[in-house]
Write a protein that binds this ligand. Structure first.
Ligand code: FAD
Length: 288
């Protein structure tokens, strides 16, 4: 399994990477952790003539804590899973990153690569949607922000324009009365999500549900919000019966994928089960 020949560049800045993307056009691909791109190259599913390695661009690294957490696109899952600011302010993100693949994948795979690649079985898109994260990108036309709701368009397709680079992703810092959880049915070998559900809730002082965001990954061609579940939960007491009723509505209007690992019918059933589990834990965490 040897990839076709390619030219390799290691730019020192995002601006330099964008310049190289413009210069080489359709021939060029960004390389981050390589854990989706390199298998595709080896299988010759993708044969770019030019690889632009952004894994060592300093401005794409690091986790900054403030009103929101700002995480550089080239930050690895392992760094996210063990970061004190993430564990303290947005623990569900560490919970999710810590469940991706195995230690080799977590040491190389990056936040920006996962979001840009938009694999239907990727974990992080669900958390990004449930937490309403914002994806900062930079391209030839300048910088802009893509909301989580706009990012995942179709299977392996995002709202990124040609020659745009994901630079940072910002997440909320959760406070009192807020809770979030990620529950996943994992493929036993790769650990990709057969079904993964991220849930976020905010509670009123009386314990009823003020806000909810739920997103499913793995089951369909792209990670997707579950609006019916969210609407059913908001205004409810957030008790076991309300959660169970809301979870039953999950996945009803989704398109499903079926493969040798799990049929469409099985995924449909598991979406409801994992939605209930994620919501139960998110509410329990919000109650402290
Ligand atoms: C054995 C194995 C198990 C895995 N298990 C899981 C799992 O359980 N859960 C899971 O979610 N994933 C899993 N993965 C996939 C892994 O998370 C990949 O790392 C991820 O999909 C891509 O991130 P990357 O940094 O490796 O990107 P790369 O492979 O380097 O790039 C992927 C794509 O994104 C583009 N890209 C990369 N960075 C940027 C950027 N900053 N801006 C714009 N475009 C960019 C590249 O051009 C390329 O098209 C697994 C992979 C392997 C090999």
């Amino acid at each position: 399994m040897i990839p076709a020949a390619f030219e390799y560049f290691a730019p020192g800045s995002v601006a330099e990477a964008i310049g190289l993307l413009e210069q080489h056009g359709d021939e060029a691909k960004l390389l981050a952790g390589g854990h989706s791109l390199l298998p595709a190259l080896k299988l010759r599913l993708s044969q770019p003539g030019v690889l632009i390695d952004i894994s060592r661009v300093a401005e794409l690294h690091g986790i900054e804590a403030g009103d929101r957490l700002s995480i550089g696109a080239a930050t690895t899952y392992a760094a996210i899973a063990s970061d004190p600011a993430v564990l303290g302010g947005c623990a569900v993100l560490a919970e999710c990153a810590g469940q991706i693949g195995d230690i080799q994948v977590r040491n190389r795979g990056t936040l920006g690569g996962a979001l840009a690649h938009a694999d239907p079985a990727a974990d992080l898109p669900a958390v990004v949607l449930a937490l309403d994260a914002a994806i900062a990108v930079q391209g030839p036309a300048g910088a802009r922000s893509i909301s989580a709701d706009d990012m995942f368009v179709e299977m392996l397709t995002t709202a990124l324009e040609p020659n745009e680079v994901v630079t940072r992703v910002t997440f909320p810092v959760l406070g009192a009365g807020e809770g979030a959880s990620y529950a996943k049915l994992k493929h036993p070998a790769s650990r990709y999500a057969i079904v993964g559900v991220a849930a976020y809730v905010r509670l009123h002082a009386d314990g009823s549900v003020a806000a909810a965001r739920v997103a499913v990954t793995g089951a369909g061609p792209r990670a997707e919000r579950q609006h019916a579940t969210e609407s059913a939960l908001v205004g409810s007491a957030g008790d076991a019966a309300a959660i169970a009723a809301a979870a039953e509505l999950a996945g009803e209007s989704m398109e499903y994928l079926g493969d040798i690992h799990a049929s469409e019918t099985y995924r449909r059933a598991m979406v409801k089960v994992y939605t209930r589990r994620a919501l139960e834990q998110a509410v329990a965490r919000a109650r402290g």
